[in-house]
Design a protein around this ligand. Sequence first.
Ligand code: ADP
Ligand code: MG
Length: 554
Amino acid sequence: VKEAETRSFEADVSRLLHMMVHSVYSDRDVFLRELISNAADACEKLRYEAIARPELLGDDPKPVITISADPDQKRLTVEDNGIGMSREELVEALGTIARSGTRAFMERIEAAKSGEGAELIGQFGVGFYSAFMVADRVDVITRKAGADEAWRWSSDGKGSYEIAPVPVADTPKRGTRVVLHLMEDATSYTQSYQLERLIKEQSGHVPVPVALVEKPGADRREIADGTALWVKPKSDIKPEDYTDFYRGVSGLYDEPAATIHFKAEGRHEYNTLAFVPGSRPFDLFDQDRKGRMKLYVRRVFITDDADLVPRYLRFVRGLVDSADLPLNLSREMIQDSPLLAAVRKGVTNRILGELTKLAESDGEGFTKIWENFGVVLKEGLYEDWERREQLLKLARFRSTTSGESWRSLADYVAAMKDGQKAIYFMTGDDKARLEASPQLEGFKARSVEVLLLTDPVDSFWVAMAPEFDGKPFKSVTQGGADLSDIALPDATAKTDAETSPEIATFIAFMKSTLGEEVSDVKASDRLTESAVCLVAPEGGPDRQIERLLSAAGR
Ligand code: ADP
Ligand code: MG
C-alpha cells in the first residue's frame, strides 16, 4: 500500500492514551526522556545492523539525536539518524501494543494514586505514547535506513491516526523525526534552559550524543556527548551520574540500592555496570519482560536477551560490554559461546560478592534489598548449587525470636541452645498463624529459635535438605525434631515420655483406634500445652509441601 490511510488504534492503545492524558499527569517531563531513549535505541540498532551492512551508514556514520524547539509555532522536535521504520513497522510500533504487560500496566495506572503513574510508564515500555501528555498532535516522519520511501504518521491521540507516504526529497536520508505540537499548557517545553536541564538530568548518559537547536535557524549545541559512562574511570563518575544512568537503564525513577561497576581484565576483558533497584519492579515475576542486562561488544549494543545473569538475579539492571566477543554474534553463539559463559560466571560472582560485602558493611541497606528481592534470590538456593553456600549466607529470615527484624543463619547458629543439633524451621502462608501453631510449643518452652518461612519458594529449597555450617535444616513438623537433648529451663517439668507406663498405654490405645489413618504414634517433647499434633514422618515430605502437592491435585 502506498496511499494515505486513516486507521483506528487498537482498543488498548486508545485506553492507554486516554489514561496518559487524564491520570498520569503529575510528572510530564518524562516524555522527553522516553523519546530520547527511543531515538538512542534506533541509533544503536543501526550501529548493529551496519556491522553486516556498512553501506547503511552512507556518508553519515555518526549517530546523533537533535532536539529542536520552535517557540513561536509551539513545536518541539526529536530527531535521530537511526534505523528508521518501514510502513509495517510504523503501524505495528505506534498503533498497537504488542506487549503482554500492557493490561497489567493499565490496571496499575487506574489503581495508582495520581503521581505514581509517570513512574510506571518507563517500566512498562509504553514510552512513545507519553508524548500525548504534552502534545495535542504528534507527527512521526520516518525513513528506514536503506529504503527509498518515507512515511508520515500523525495523530491527535484520540482513537485514530493517519499514515501517508512523504516524498523522500523532504526527509533526511534515514531515521525518525517526532514532531510534538505542544498543548497550550506545555509550551514551556520550548524554553531552551528548560530543555537543557531536562536533557542533562534525564538523558545525560544515553550512548548517543544529544544536541539542542534553540529556535529555527540557531546553531546546534551539544548537551550530552554520548560517551559511554561505563568505560569512564570510576574516579571521574559522580553518584548523580550513576543515578541518571540507572534510571535510563531500568525505567525506574528512584535511587539504586547498589551500584556494581567493574572492569574484568585478564583472559577476558569486559566492563560491567549493574544496579540493584531501590524498589521492586512490577514485573519481577513476568517471564516475558525484556531488557534486564544488556550485552554490548566494544560499545555496540548487541542484545538484551543474552541471559547474562541467572534467573534468580533477574532484578539486576545494567549491562556488560565485552572487548573480546565478535560483533556479529549470532543467536547460537550467544547460547554456546564459552567466552560468554565465562562472562556470566564472572558477573554473577561479582554481583553476589558485592551483595555479601554490602551485607557486612551496611546491614540496613542490605536488609532493604532483601525485603525487595529476597524471594527471588532464594530461588538460587535450589537453582544454583555451586553458590548455595554463599546464598545461604546472604539469606535473611523471620523467626520466633526475630520480631520485626531479620536474622541471618550465622545469627541463628550463634544463638543455638546446648544440645541443639539442627536449624529448625516451619513453613506456611502466614507468620502470625505459624507463630500460634502448637508445633512450636516445645521449641518455645526451650527458647529454641524456629525460622518462620512464609514464601512459596521456601518449601522448595528446604526440601533439598541443605546444611549450614554443618547443621542440617529440620522442619518442626517432621518426626525427627527431637528436643529431648535440649534442656527445659525448668528441669522438673520434663516427664520421661519414653518410659512412662501411662504414656505407653495411651499410645497403644491411640494406635489401635487410628489404625491405618496414621503411620505411627509417638510421645514427643515438642508440645507443652496442647495434647497432640500431626507431624510428617522423618524423611517424608514436609507438611507444607504435602499441602502444595495436594492443592496441585497430586
Ligand atoms: P519501547 O521503546 O519500550 O519499545 P516505545 O513505546 O517507547 O516502547 O516505542 C515503541 C516502538 O516504536 C519501539 O519499540 C520502536 O520499534 C518504535 N520506535 C519509537 N521511536 C522510534 C524511533 N525514533 N526510531 C525507530 N523506531 C522507533
Ligand atoms: Mg521506548
